[in-house]
Design a protein around this ligand. Structure first.
Ligand code: SAM
Length: 233
């Protein structure tokens, strides 16, 4: 379970609400049982259940098992897409190990807002399932223009362009593992002015993910997996 930081040996942790319900009603933990806790800061701990009540469970961290993982410095910048499909992007990007998910609103985006609580619980659930010890940051959506205007020096922007680009694996390999980002368009793709604005960025590298038109979430997942395989260590 992810809990607010910092976890420390002997410092009691109390969880309430859904987390307490999950522990006491679903996992049916009892005093003396061991639970694995993470705080996205000090790492992963074995904790002993001290007390379980209907609405809260108290635990005591006893041993640190793993430090917070080193996270490859990859941002995934997906255009907002329909809610249930965007949930898939959040889940898979978390499993694949991205550092940050920075959505933007494209002209042809169907969705124009992101519920931060829903997004945070999606990444926490995915991180707990795949045993990550670090949570990806999920930024609030911005316009494409704002994102490009603030683009950080030195971060390569691999731009998944259905209109064509270098083969992704070659581009990622040539990148040599520097800090990077992958940008993916919405259901309706990019319009010409967006495409021109992205390509005008000094460190933009258009990449192709093959001859077929992938769904936005497929492109985001495929490109992230490829980058992790080529440049992610
Ligand atoms: N409406 C566009 C069209 O019909 O050409 C398709 C957009 S596609 C559903 C959504 C996004 O996925 C694209 O903007 C692009 O970022 C990415 N994408 C899809 N297929 C791709 C490919 N073969 N190569 C690179 N990017 C791709």
């Amino acid at each position: 379970l992810f809990v607010p930081p910092p976890l420390a040996e002997g410092a009691h942790v109390e969880v309430e609400g859904n987390q307490a319900h999950y522990l006491s009603r679903v996992m049916r933990v009892a005093a003396g049982d061991t639970v694995i806790l993470c705080d996205d800061q000090t790492g992963e701990w074995a904790a002993r259940v001290v007390e379980t009540a209907k609405r809260s469970v108290i635990m005591e961290p006893v041993e640190r098992l793993r430090p917070r993982e080193a996270v490859p410095d990859l941002w995934l910048c997906p255009a907002l897409i329909k809610k249930d499909r965007f949930d898939v992007v959040l889940e898979k990007a978390t499993e694949l190990g991205v550092a940050e998910i920075r959505p933007f609103i494209a002209r042809r985006s169907v969705a124009d807002r992101l519920n931060p609580d829903r997004a945070r619980s999606a990444v926490i659930e995915a991180a707990e399932q795949c045993a990550r010890t670090a949570l990806p940051v999920v930024a609030a959506p911005v316009s494409l223009d704002a994102m490009l205007a603030d683009w950080p020096e030195g971060r390569t922007l691999f731009f998944a362009d259905e209109a064509g680009g270098a083969a992704a694996v070659d581009a990622f390999g040539a990148g040599g593992g520097e800090v990077a980002a992958i940008l993916v368009g919405p259901e309706g793709g990019f319009d010409d002015s967006e495409r021109a604005a992205i390509r005008a960025l000094p460190r933009a590298v258009p990449i192709s993910l093959g001859p077929r038109i992938l769904r936005a979430e497929t492109a985001a997942i495929a490109a992230t997996a490829l980058w992790m395989g080529v440049a992610g260590d």
